[in-house]
Design a protein around this ligand. Structure first.
Ligand SMILES: FC(F)(F)Cc1cc2c(N3CCN(c4nnc(C(F)(F)F)s4)CC3)ncnc2s1
Length: 491
């Protein structure tokens, strides 16, 4: 049952990261009754205290780090905010007009209007620290993720347990109803796009659309909704300085959720944990590699391999570890996912990811690989050349059939700059491999025909056969900067 009762109160005052982890752990044991509003208010209050208007003491200089402080969270502070949220929601929605039991589209739209109507008019959309109910209650500001989460938390307060958060890689909406298959937009997306609040996400809208992951979004359980607010924690004090305490809290909470199995169907949250483990590895934790490989495995197993970010998390980390061949392989895999989509004007976020890879990361690799011992022969490696062709081919195919063009002349310049750095021998080797492949396949087919076994599927492309990469050896994490950039919307 929801509410700020003894079970919650006894954790307060929260005086340490561990105390917050214990509160979350205890709440997660309540199953579907985990109190979303309470946890979002607690996280938002701590984040606000640790990152917003944290005027660095004038005597603080870069050499001496500021001694870690954990702000004590008092029960009555949180209780007052919690009461404000429940009072606002319960007073704004006349439940006598709605059937008990499952939510209806009218109910979901009404709750979305209540949240929407409480927001300040001022344009602030892409600022940081606007993702929590603390931001909503204390400043009437929410980002696009925050609005969707607030609608789900409000529906929980009203007793509609069927309203759940649905997440793509750059948008959020809700599912509801007896079978949980009704869908509704409850927030806006991007800049200059009319919001579609109240409308369902039909197959026509979702098919081949990255914004809706081609019908493969993350449908959250209550515990995954908690993982979403933990993922949306933003430890940044300034674009270049993070709160160590806030980052540790996010890492400990994600690790606890991971250990309880609540990230098992949430690739981006697993990726976030891999990010944090690379920045500050915790004792007895697996290497970051494991988390990014797991995010890919989850996307393949549960989401028909329609998610792009697991591969770009991976590629970003490999790039920073100077494991250039493997990075290019991951990016080729990412392009093999995006090629199945049609590009639209609402896909800017993923467009920027691919443009950064093509215009920044890959040119830097082909310029600098000869300085790196284990990538010195990169420009003579046909598997890498094949992966690079696959990367660009995927982006070309992404454009094909799209309403909006993807490529411009700059792309052709990046493409030709990168390919012409490869040794002409590579192209010749490419031909030899292709011929050998054909001979191999013919021999295999002959042999298997004699043995009467089915002919083995030939991998869809050459690099998946010749890659220097064995799937288990790879790792991935993005730079804090670029992660923050792409996380701007979740915050
Ligand atoms: F709800 C929206 F609209 F905000 C969409 C969501 C985003 C997002 C997220 N992100 C966004 C992507 N993000 C990335 N960080 N690195 C990325 C990569 F480019 F390296 F892959 S992608 C981390 C955090 N992490 C957990 N859950 C979500 S749900």
């Amino acid at each position: 049952m929801a509410g700020f009762r003894d079970r919650e109160k006894r954790h307060f005052p929260l005086t340490s990261i561990q105390a917050v982890v214990d509160l979350f752990s205890d709440q997660l044991e309540k199953g579907d009754d985990v109190d979303l509003a309470l946890l979002s208010i607690v996280l938002g209050w701590i984040e606000n205290t640790l990152t917003v208007n944290r005027s660095l003491p004038s005597n603080a200089d870069d050499s001496k780090t500021i001694a870690p402080i954990f702000p004590v969270v008092q029960a009555d502070t949180i209780e007052a905010l919690y009461a404000k949220f429940t009072a606002l929601v319960k007073s704004s929605v006349d439940l006598s007009k709605f059937e008990k039991g499952y939510a209806t589209r009218e109910l979901v739209k009404k709750v979305s209007d209540v949240i929407w109507g409480s927001l300040t008019r001022s344009s602030y959309k892409d600022k940081a620290h606007l993702q929590s109910l603390y931001s909503f209650l204390n400043g009437n500001k929410l980002d696009c993720f925050g609005v969707a989460f607030a609608v789900v938390a409000a529906c929980q307060v009203l007793g509609f347990q069927d309203v759940r958060l649905a997440l793509s890689e750059d948008h959020a909406w809700v599912v509801f109803g007896k079978e949980g298959v009704e869908t509704a937009e409850v927030t806006w997306h991007g800049k200059g796009n009319e919001d579609k609040r109240g409308q369902p996400i039909t197959d026509a809208v979702a098919d081949k659309a990255w914004l809706y992951l081609n019908g493969q979004p993350v449908i959250c359980t209550r515990q995954m909704e908690v993982a979403a607010i933990v993922s949306s924690i933003n430890p940044a004090i300034t674009p270049t300085i993070d709160s160590v305490e806030m980052g540790s809290l996010q890492q400990e909470l994600l690790w606890m959720l991971y250990n309880k199995g609540h990230l098992a169907r949430y690739p981006m949250a697993v990726g976030n944990l891999g990010d944090l483990e690379e920045i500050s590895p915790l004792p007895d934790h697996p290497p970051p590699i494991k988390f990014f490989q797991e995010a890919i495995d989850v996307a393949i197993k549960h989401y028909n391999n329609q998610h792009v970010y697991p591969y770009t998390y991976l590629g970003g980390f490999l790039y920073r570890k100077k494991r250039y061949k493997e990075a290019i392989h991951s990016w080729a895999e990412a392009a093999s996912v995006i090629k199945g989509y049609n590009y639209t004007r609402e896909d800017e976020e993923i467009y920027k990811e691919f443009l950064e890879i093509a215009s920044d990361f890959i040119p830097n690799i082909v310029r600098n690989c000869t300085k790196e011992e284990h990538s010195a022969d990169l420009l003579q490696d046909p598997a890498v050349y094949a992966d690079l062709l696959r990367f660009y081919d995927g982006i070309c195919e992404w454009e094909e059939g799209s309403s909006t063009p993807v490529l411009h002349v700059g792309w052709a310049q990046y493409f030709t700059f990168s390919l012409q750095r490869f040794d002409p021998q590579v192209r010749f080797l490419l031909d030899i491999h292709a011929e050998n492949d054909e001979e191999d396949d013919e021999e295999e087919a002959e042999k298997e025909k004699e043995d009467g076994q089915s002919v083995k599927e030939v991998p869809e492309n050459m690099s998946s056969r010749r890659s220097s990469l064995t799937e288990k050896e790879v790792t991935g994490q993005r730079t804090r900067h670029s992660r923050k950039k792409s996380q701007a919307d979740i915050r």
